[in-house]
Design a protein around this ligand. Structure first.
Ligand code: PBG
Length: 321
């Protein structure tokens, strides 16, 4: 007798009845760039914008109407405000702090996540303090902690350190707690590989390092065991939510991390992944909507609860259809 797995695929109704994984609007996190300047489209990321504070409310309105419940902010200061120590990252009146306050005034229930890193704010474009050509770990920690505190004070619900310094989760947790921000969550970019898929982001955020690369702090993509070490340390230091980044090329890593740890997992579908889909779609070579939904579903299948994607608003609309 023939075994017939096809019986379970015979109609849409049966397929819908038995399907295992789906995407919920509440899974989606929308990354947004806020700029101390005029709104502009990111050349390498069509339909992604760097928003001025003036235009931010309109953009947020669309996000909220789509049903997306969380945004992840990246601040882009004026070029002339960048310095060696990235001091705009922890200026209470910096661009990201102002964007957070504005967002929370307009939409108190929208979850605001603040990316915590120095690369958008330093004149050299590295994620930490530089001595010679070295990114110095321990001198960077207090600056990251100050940036996190400053964003928490502005109203961020979650801070998300993306720098990959050792010990930053502990340093941030401690400073938040002694200042009375024990309810601010930490979403740790725990497993962040040094990846060429971040190329378009660095255009968007003006954060390309002026010399060298990030290989001495971000992870080597030839390794997988480090993913366990990094996540374990972050959880021990106080991470509430963990992350694997990039997304699609790292589903093996995401699966391992999700099966090893109980903390809710986010996957970051990064800029290069967005731009590849967008470019192919604009050429008519692939169907954008179905490729995006298939990609996001694959990330959930690998074990992600949350999906950080530049397609969040589109995906929410497509889910609603
Ligand atoms: C900042 C940061 C980066 C991304 C998120 N936070 C860039 C980098 O590490 O160079 C990448 C996000 C993306 O590519 O969409 N350190």
């Amino acid at each position: 007798m023939i075994k017939r797995p096809r019986r379970l695929r015979q109609s849409k109704q049966i397929r819908d009845l038995i399907h295992e994984v789906s995407i919920d609007k509440t899974d989606l996190i929308y990354p947004m760039f806020v700029i101390d300047g005029e709104t502009e489209e990111v050349v390498s990321m069509p339909e992604v914008y760097r928003y001025s504070l003036k235009d931010l409310p309109n953009a947020l309105d669309k996000v909220v109407k789509s049903g997306v419940n969380a945004v992840l902010f990246f601040g882009i200061p004026k070029e002339s405000d960048k310095d060696e120590a990235g001091s705009q990252a922890y200026n209470d009146n910096g661009i990201v702090q102002r964007a957070i306050r504005l967002t929370k005034e307009l939409y108190p229930d929208l979850i605001v996540i603040a990316d915590i890193c120095l690369c958008e704010y330093t004149s050299h474009g590295h994620c930490g303090v530089i001595e010679g050509d070295c990114v110095v770990n321990d001198k960077t920690l207090p600056l990251l902690a100050k940036a996190a505190l400053s964003c928490a004070k502005a109203g961020a619900d979650i801070v998300a350190p993306s720098d990959m310094m050792d010990g930053r989760i502990g340093a941030i947790r401690e400073l938040l707690d002694v200042n009375g921000y024990e309810n601010t969550l930490i979403m740790a970019y725990s497993v962040k590989y040094s990846s060429s898929f971040y190329g378009p982001f660095r255009d968007a955020a003006d954060s390309t390092p002026k010399f060298g690369d990030r290989k001495s702090y971000q992870m080597d993509f030839r390794n997988k065991k480090e993913a366990i070490t990094e996540t374990q340390l972050d959880i021990e230091e106080g991470a509430d939510i963990i992350m694997v980044k990039p997304g699609m090329p790292y589903l093996d890593i995401a699966k391992t991390v999700s099966e090893t740890f109980n903390a809710p997992l986010a996957i970051y579908h990064v800029s290069g992944e967005y731009s590849m889909i967008k470019a192919a779609a604009q050429n008519g070579w692939i169907d954008e909507k179905s490729v995006v939904m298939e990609s996001l579903t694959a990330m959930k299948r690998a074990g992600a609860k949350m999906l950080i994607t530049y397609y969040a608003v589109n995906a929410a609309e497509w889910i609603g259809e």
